[in-house]
Design a protein. Structure first.
Length: 474
């Protein structure tokens, strides 16, 4: 099986720097199921192409199958895995291009952060659902998709088309984003994983999908096909994705992807209401915080822990805010926020109104000082409890805005989502309503604020609301 990545960026040979593979060398990388080889069929300043081939060892692949996997006799050895792209190619590609997929390039750091013209070709891509599914998953990400069905046998056209496509993707993207998308979407098209899937598969999916999957119109289809059926992994993943973006996270399967739509519905935002589909919790959260900022009369706002910038985008579109800033410890999230806000296209006047910077909320930073209001939306629960006091001092004692808005999950509500633990694997804690009240009163008393608490989301008589919010004012 083979995959090629080409660019016409000038000079195109910079692709070697980005991939950390020299165009003059042929390099082989041993995998548990075969050998991946990287080489360059062409390398000029006008156009450079890197190719990854994967030679499968069918015996090693068969031996790696778990004892509980059905024995399909010769099917373990006679199949399409040596010739057609699959999760095996995705795993091999992620291994040989691991540094490139992380967006690291010390020799050309500015290039690693830039979108460049790319063409990716996979001449034999199994795709259940055909051309339509390939377009549905790739086109929303900015790719132009050419997908040509491959005939079962050219000599017998009456046999019709096979499930394989000759797939070519063209577009201008960061190479790191393109590789992460391929890592997720190759097994999605094939809809078959060739290794055992554990709970860490959800984390792999969300890491590779950071900055694009949560906002993808077919994220439910992608999640379901990536994770497979069963084990409740799809439910967990969609719950976490719904926390990241304001789009509706429901499955909505109607069979148009070849499925029967019978998978378990995802949790949290997707719990169905009898009359109509309700607004996603993340959207309700954004609306509630936005409304609170306007009620406070805030003109300058900083979003602390802004992530990829969904809430910043809302603030920037509201002319009542004269200055909007976002900070985050993750440089990757800040790059996503910059692309979302189109900072490279803003006029000089608009650029003066919006700023992004990297910072940790547990360390003093003078760039956080001087705002009417600060927002900590779903942030504090990601801080280790012993470090929470440092965050309190930095935000309430040093930055000291006139108002601070904090939202965090209400752990009592998790019972309604059928979650045994926290809503996200990175949550260090989730508080009950009583615990949140105790914390807000203690912080308000220590730093000279008043605290008002509100609920966000559907109200349950016993468990309250899914999100709890505190509005601190001086």
């Amino acid at each position: 099986m083979i995959l090629t990545v080409s660019t016409t960026h000038s000079p195109a040979t910079d692709l070697g720097y980005l991939l950390h593979k020299h165009p003059d060398r042929v390099q082989a990388f041993r995998q548990a199921f075969g050998t991946a080889t990287v080489f360059y069929p062409e390398a000029s300043e006008e156009r450079t192409t890197a190719a990854v081939t994967l030679e499968i060892d069918p015996v090693a692949l068969a031996r790696s199958r778990g004892k509980r996997v059905p024995d399909f006799s010769l099917g373990q050895y006679v199949n399409d895995r040596s010739y057609a792209a699959s999760s095996l190619l995705a795993v091999a590609m992620a291994d040989v291009f691991s540094t490139a997929r992380a967006g690291v390039c010390k020799a050309r750091p500015e290039l690693a952060d830039s979108a460049i013209p790319l063409e990716i070709r996979i001449p034999a891509m199994p795709c259940r659902g055909g051309v339509e599914i390939a377009r549905r998953v790739f086109e929303p990400l900015g790719w132009a998709v050419s997908a040509v069905p491959i005939a079962l046998d050219p000599d017998y056209p009456e046999w019709g088309e096979s499930r394989y496509l000759d797939l070519t993707l063209s577009g201008e993207l960061r190479l790191a984003d393109a590789l992460s998308q391929l890592y997720v979407l190759l097994p999605v098209l094939d809809e078959s994983k060739h290794y055992w899937q554990g709970p860490d598969e959800v984390d792999k999916l969300l890491r590779s999908g950071e900055g694009w999957l949560a906002a993808h119109p077919d994220r439910a289809l992608i999640t379901r096909r990536y994770l497979g059926r069963g084990a409740g992994l799809t439910r967990v993943a969609l719950t976490r994705l719904a926390e990241l973006d304001g789009t509706d996270g429901s499955d909505g399967s109607d069979g148009s992807d070849g499925s029967d739509g019978s998978e378990d519905p995802p949790a949290e935002e997707e719990t169905a209401q009898p009359e109509e589909r309700r607004k996603p919790l993340n959207t309700q959260r954004h609306e509630a915080v936005h409304a609170a900022l306007r009620d406070l009369g805030a003109r300058t706002v900083i979003d602390l822990g802004c992530g990829p910038g969904q809430f910043l985008d809302r603030l920037v579109r509201d002319a009542s805010f004269s200055k909007v800033a976002g900070c985050d410890v993750s440089s990757r999230s800040l790059r996503s926020a910059a692309r979302r806000l189109h900072l490279d296209r803003l006029s000089e006047r608009q650029a003066e109104r919006v700023s992004l910077f990297q910072s940790a909320l547990t360390y003093e930073d003078e760039r956080m000082v001087g705002y009417d209001a600060a927002v900590l939306m779903e942030v504090i629960e990601h801080v280790d409890l012993p470090r929470l006091a440092a965050l309190e001092r930095v935000v309430f004692g040093v930055a000291r805005p006139k108002a601070v808005l904090v939202t965090t999950p209400n752990v009592e509500y998790n019972q309604l989502y059928e979650l045994a633990g926290t809503r996200h694997s990175d949550h260090r804690f989730e508080w009950t309503r009583a615990e949140f009240t105790d914390w807000t009163e203690a912080v308000a008393g220590a730093y000279g604020y008043r605290a008002e608490r509100r609920g966000i989301g559907d109200v349950d008589d016993t468990h309250g609301t899914p999100t709890q919010m505190a509005v601190f004012t001086r």
